[in-house]
Every structure is written in structure tokens, then in C-alpha cells.
Ligand binder design. Structure first.
Ligand code: ZN
Length: 135
């Protein structure tokens, strides 16, 4: 059986990265590790490690990005929680078997990780991301 091992990151939707970094990096003093493009979500993500987990700032890369819709509706804020699992394919199979509504039936392969989203309707309102670290 696949296992949840830790909270990998908390995703926070922001419309302006420089503006967000003024708080998270400059005021709180969390270092910016790196910024990545996530074409599958039409987003850019900035990772700021805090202990064993990250704050992930999610910025829309285009106007029709899902994250842009979220920001337009809610004005930004906490967008998703990401938990790490030891075997994402096994976890997705387990969830599917239990009738859990998934956004991604198959993991997306990114550098250093595989990822998939679980629908918030299945989790009590939390958009939940699964990660399996592959590096
Ligand atoms: Zn994320």
C-alpha cells in the first residue's frame, strides 16, 4: 500500500511574483530557491523552502490559466496542499479503487518528480496535489 510521507509544499496563488516576494522573501526572510515553468498548468512556480516543506508561489503564465481564474474569483491566497507519497502510481490506483474523484488519472512527469491532482470535491474542499520525488 502506498504511503503519505510528508507535506511537500503549500501552494499560494499570487498575481504578481515580485509583489509576493516582498513579503515572503524580503519581510519574512525565506530564501527563494528557484522558479520553474509548469506548462501543463500554464503557470510559473517559485519555491521557498521552510524546513522540510516549501511555500510554493503560483503565478499564472497566461490569462486563461486555471490559477488566473482562481485569483480572479478569490483574489489569491492558499490554492492547494501538496503531500508526498512513496509511490504515486500505486496511490492513484488505490484512490481510484475507492471511488475518489481525481483530476489526473495518470501522474505527470516533471524534472525530479511525478505529480497528480485530486479533486477538491473528494477532499472536503482542498485541492490536493500528490508528489513522488524521483531524483
Ligand atoms: Zn504545487
Amino acid at each position: 500500500m502506498a504511503k503519505v510521507t510528508k507535506i511537500n509544499h503549500i501552494g499560494i496563488a499570487v498575481s504578481d511574483l515580485d509583489e509576493a516576494l516582498k513579503f515572503w522573501r524580503d519581510i519574512l526572510g525565506i530564501e527563494l530557491d528557484h522558479i520553474e515553468d509548469v506548462p501543463s498548468s500554464k503557470a510559473k512556480v517559485a519555491f521557498l523552502p521552510v524546513g522540510d516543506s516549501d511555500v510554493e508561489l503560483v503565478i499564472p503564465a497566461s490569462e486563461d490559466a486555471p490559477i488566473a481564474k482562481f485569483i480572479a474569483e478569490k483574489g489569491g491566497g492558499i490554492h492547494h496542499l501538496c503531500i508526498e507519497v512513496d509511490d504515486i502510481s500505486a496511490m492513484l490506483a488505490q484512490l481510484k479503487e475507492k471511488g475518489v474523484r481525481l483530476i489526473d488519472e495518470e501522474p505527470k512527469v516533471m524534472p525530479g518528480r511525478k505529480m497528480a491532482f485530486i479533486h477538491p470535491k473528494a477532499t472536503g474542499g482542498v485541492l490536493l496535489e500528490l508528489y513522488e520525488i524521483t531524483k
